[in-house]
Design a protein around this ligand. Structure first.
Ligand SMILES: C/C=C/C(=O)SCCNC(=O)CCNC(=O)[C@H](O)C(C)(C)COP(=O)(O)OP(=O)(O)OC[C@H]1O[C@@H](n2cnc3c(N)ncnc32)[C@H](O)[C@@H]1OP(=O)(O)O
Length: 260
């Protein structure tokens, strides 16, 4: 498949998807969302891909938001559809992928850009990154899951302040808030993402998929359902080849090989 707005590259079991509209600071237009859905769907179904890294092209932006020029004349109905389709095709889709997604935030992550990073399973950032949900400065609210995921990740008070002020926080502040896990120099971000991917790839892909479903159950279903999902997913692991390999390797005092 050839894409207009994204680049896809494979290095072993790690796939890197780069949003590639640098002249528009990688803003997410409809075409880009469709292409991302297509590539991520393929990666999620590809047994050879164990981790996906998402990043932005150029030195300035991860993604500077949804494409404002594309939606500026939308009606109420089209606005609703924009959020619903975007959430379904990309943001909720990523969160529910069973292949882990690392967002390598290499510059501005604003509006839909921060929402894309927050839908990913893990976030790292370069020291020059700036993050925010500035939608209220445009007379709209975050519509790609931002009101929900920011509050989940950093708490309601901090989320409200960032949303109401349309402000931006630095990578270091984002780390202090728990919004990103690691901050590094801009030129090191892909190495850091690949190092993290390599650590993940040493472990069982089926067990990681179960862990994603169990953690997500807390947010999608809440309360006891999260614990119930954990019990189900835990049980399912016992029927996998990876479980036999992992426990067998421990007992035989050797390293497991989940990707033989
Ligand atoms: C459901 C989700 C909703 C949303 O996500 S709403 C959008 C939320 N995002 C924003 O409001 C951020 C918009 N962008 C900016 O405020 C600024 O950019 C920056 C602060 C990120 C950078 O400013 P500077 O360094 O001066 O660059 P520049 O000249 O503004 O941008 C370079 C080119 O990129 C285009 N661009 C930037 N962000 C977007 C966007 N979100 N949608 C559409 N185009 C965008 C510009 O227009 C321009 O393009 P040209 O050179 O053709 O004029």
């Amino acid at each position: 498949m050839t894409y207009e707005n994204i680049l896809v590259s494979q290095n072993g079991h790690t796939q890197t998807i780069t949003i590639n509209r640098p002249n528009q600071l990688n803003a997410l237009n409809k075409q880009t969302i469709t292409e991302l859905n297509d590539a991520l769907n393929a990666a999620n179904q590809d047994a050879e891909t164990g981790v996906v890294i998402l990043t932005g092209s150029g030195e300035k932006a991860f993604v500077a938001g949804a494409d404002i020029k594309e939606f500026a004349d939308f009606s109420v109905e089209k606005g609703r559809e924009l959020a619903a389709q975007g959430q379904q095709l990309l943001f909720s889709f990523i969160e529910n992928m069973t292949t882990p997604v690392i967002a390598a935030v290499n510059g501005f992550a604003l509006g839909g850009g921060l929402e894309l990073a927050m839908a990913s399973h893990i976030r790292i950032a370069s020291a020059n990154a700036k993050m925010g949900l500035p939608e209220v400065s445009l007379g709209v609210i975050p519509g790609y899951g931002g009101t929900q995921r920011l509050a989940q990740l950093v708490g309601r008070g901090k989320a409200n302040e960032l949303i109401f002020t349309a402000g931006m926080i630095s990578a270091e502040e984002a780390k202090n808030w728990g919004l990103v896990n690691h901050v590094c120099e801009p030129e090191e971000i892909m190495d850091l993402a690949n190092e993290l991917a390599a650590k993940i790839l040493k472990n069982s892909g089926t067990a990681i998929a179960s862990a994603i479903r169990a953690v997500n159950a807390l947010y999608s279903e809440g309360g006891q359902k999260g614990f119930d999902t954990e019990v189900e997913e835990f049980g399912k692991c016992f029927g996998t080849a990876d479980f036999k390999e992992g426990t067998g390797a421990f007992i035989e005092k050797r390293k497991p090989n989940f990707r033989a």
